[in-house]
Design a protein around this ligand. Structure first.
Ligand code: DAH
Length: 335
């Protein structure tokens, strides 16, 4: 015999069920457990159905009260569950946004771009200016022998001019070239005049290392040999070059001495109120041409040599030559 239940008992049961459902829903923290609660409370064999199943003992007039209460409870529980599911979704989204957030105010990382060293750009600028005057670029080896570096340039063994260039000697009569002038000899050997060449390159001297000297530095050599070239061509070329590089500044030619040129001059430019020596040059000495079996009565010409570091330091107002070799990016990135 089924136990008789009163209307009030059922109403109490429904209220208790409502409270219990509300507590469980509030406490659950994921969608799966909410689905389980839904089945547990509202499913066909769930707790609500169980209560409704015991309505049989109520009178026909009492049943609608329980029916209405049960329906209201059912939709309340459904509502609580869907509100809770939405809340969980919102929280998950918030977590995701926080974990994937981008700080648009953070400083950009950026890719560092390399660029050419100021000595390279200065060399290129000098070489370009001579190319514009019709000169061709030539290069020679940095390990030279005595003949090309000295003897062929009219600096025989024992000549005091060798002291002007403190040399790194290697084995087997080899040395590190002390200037780019040997490129003159190598080119004339292979290509008889007329010739116009510009030869950039690295050179080596044992000089003490201070703010103005480095054991490795860079020169550009210039050579022009043709019929009828005289000192006015040398002067015109050097003036045109220096004015193109430095702008319209005072230039002066000073008599000097180099074994491979006669006459020889050194050239100064006036820079910030001071005379600054920037290059050596002169008419190629006939004995250099004779040594190469070139007839000095027919062919004449001029040569010039300059230090790239000096040009670079003046152009960029660099006070210490060593800055050009230490690869300090804080320095290099300024150019
Ligand atoms: N070779 C010389 C040096 O390094 C520079 C030089 C002077 C080169 C006069 C020349 C020249 O071609 O004509 O000191």
């Amino acid at each position: 015999m089924s136990q008789k239940v009163s209307l009030q008992q059922l109403i109490d049961d429904l209220n208790r069920l409502g409270k219990e459902a509300e507590n469980d829903i509030t406490a659950s923290s994921d969608k799966e457990s909410l689905e389980r609660l839904k089945i547990q409370f509202l499913g066909k064999k769930g707790r609500l159905s169980e209560i409704l199943g015991s309505m049989g003992s109520l009178s026909a007039s009492e049943r609608p009260t329980i029916g209405q209460n049960a329906n209201r409870l059912k939709s309340q529980i459904q509502e609580l569950i869907s509100v809770k599911i939405n809340k969980l979704k919102q929280e998950a989204l918030k977590d995701l946004i926080a974990s994937e957030s981008v700080d648009v105010t953070a400083p950009a990382k950026g890719k560092p771009f390399g660029h050419r060293h100021p000595l390279i750009t200065t060399t290129e600028e000098i070489v370009d200016l001579f190319c514009g005057l019709g000169y061709e670029v030539r290069e020679g080896p940095e390990i030279e022998n005595d003949y090309y570096n000295f003897a062929a340039l009219n600096i025989p063994e024992g000549h005091p001019a060798r002291d002007m260039q403190d040399t790194f000697y290697l084995e087997n009569n080899l040395l590190l070239r002390t200037h780019t002038s040997p490129v003159q000899i190598r080119c004339l050997e292979k290509n008889p005049p007329p010739i116009r060449i510009v030869a950039p390159g690295r050179v080596y001297r044992r000089d003490a290392v201070d703010a103005t000297h480095s054991p490795v530095f860079h020169q550009v050599e210039v050579l022009a040999i043709d019929e009828g070239l005289d000192f006015s061509h040398l002067r015109g070329t050097v003036m045109a070059f220096l004015k193109a590089f430095f702008g319209d500044i005072p230039i002066r030619f000073r008599a000097s001495y180099f074994p491979f040129t006669e006459p020889s001059v050194e050239v100064d430019v006036q820079w910030r109120g001071k005379w600054l020596e920037v290059m050596g040059c002169g008419m190629v000495d006939p004995s250099v041409l004779e040594g190469l079996e070139i007839d000095p009565d027919r062919w004449t010409g001029f040569a010039a040599g300059l230090g790239v570091e000096r040009f670079c330091m003046v152009r960029h107002e660099i006070d210490d030559i060593r800055r050009l070799y230490t690869s300090d990016l804080r320095f290099l990135e300024q150019f």
